[in-house]
Design a protein around this ligand. Structure first.
Ligand SMILES: [Cu+2]
Length: 282
């Protein structure tokens, strides 16, 4: 039998200070392999705080919502000849769609006020912007109010592997399917985009008896209080062929997966075409 030295305050403090110094935060309640954030973004009305640089590779991203509305952090890779200022001008001129010269690279999807959530995404070297595309009460995305930061992803010789997944959700045009049920407790969900359009997962913890459709019916932009459920993260839009991960710690009950992205031609949101999935967690 292995005997552990009793934990003293000083050693606990030392650990806390080390964690703080490295900028690493362990997900509360996470058992198994400790989930560690490479970067944390904090959202408020209407700004992010977060890093300016991050090494390339599979990176775990934490979003802490300290605001009063729901927020997300969406990573967009810019073409080599474009700058964050170019993005700002383009989105100010036409916010109804993303410029053709950005590529979606995932991120942490919508989190309720006071909440936090996680994503693990693949970042290639280059210049990015991180934005919040959640609509305000008038339907204008928060990026127009200043929720945008430039981010440089730097080259690194270290290779970082993607995490192991417990469940794979495949997004197609226009459906979600799952290879396993979700279960109670901590687990890692992989999202694969096997469609021809960008897709996302808005992950919702549903109220007892409610469905994801009830959540959609009750959804009002600018109002985070939805009686049918609560935003608990998920993965922001991935380009076709990409995959990303989000670790979750689930309670018994029902969760909903919703894609709010729109068809570029019809401008119809994907949930209206069937990208809504209820999953019972036991
Ligand atoms: Cu979609």
């Amino acid at each position: 039998m292995t005997r552990h030295a009793p934990v003293t305050i000083s050693s606990a403090l030392r650990t806390a200070m080390l964690v703080w110094a490295w900028g690493l935060i362990v997900l509360p309640g996470w058992s198994g392999a400790a989930m560690v954030a490479d970067v944390t973004f904090t959202a408020q009305e209407f700004a992010f705080t977060g890093p300016d640089r991050i090494d390339q590779g599979w990176r775990s991203v934490r979003l802490a919502n300290q605001g009063r509305d729901i927020h997300q952090v969406l990573f967009l890779k810019l073409s080599p000849n474009k700058t964050a200022e170019d993005f700002r001008s383009a989105i100010a001129a036409d916010w109804s769609q993303l410029p053709s010269w950005v590529q979606r690279a995932g991120g942490v999807n919508s989190v309720a006020p006071g909440g936090e959530a996680w994503a693990v995404i693949l970042l290639e070297p280059g210049d990015y912007v991180v934005i919040c595309g959640i609509p305000d009460v008038r339907g204008l995305p928060h990026v127009l109010h200043g929720m945008m930061r430039p981010l440089r992803v730097t080259q690194s010789v270290k290779s970082v592997q993607p995490p192991d997944a417990d469940v794979t959700i495949t997004a197609r045009d226009f459906s979600f399917s799952s290879d396993h049920p979700l279960r109670v407790g901590p687990q890692t969900v992989r999202m694969r985009n096997s469609g021809s359009q960008a897709h996302e997962i808005v992950f919702v913890q549903l109220a007892p008896g409610a469905t994801a459709q009830d959540f959609l019916d009750a959804f009002v932009p600018g109002n985070p209080d939805n009686q049918a459920g609560r935003h608990v993260g998920g993965l922001t839009g991935l380009a076709p062929g990409q995959e990303g991960f989000f670790p979750v710690d689930l309670r018994p009950g029902r969760y909903g997966l919703i894609c709010f992205l729109s068809d570029p031609v019809t401008r119809t949101p994907h949930f209206a075409y069937g990208m809504v999935l209820d999953m019972d967690v036991r």
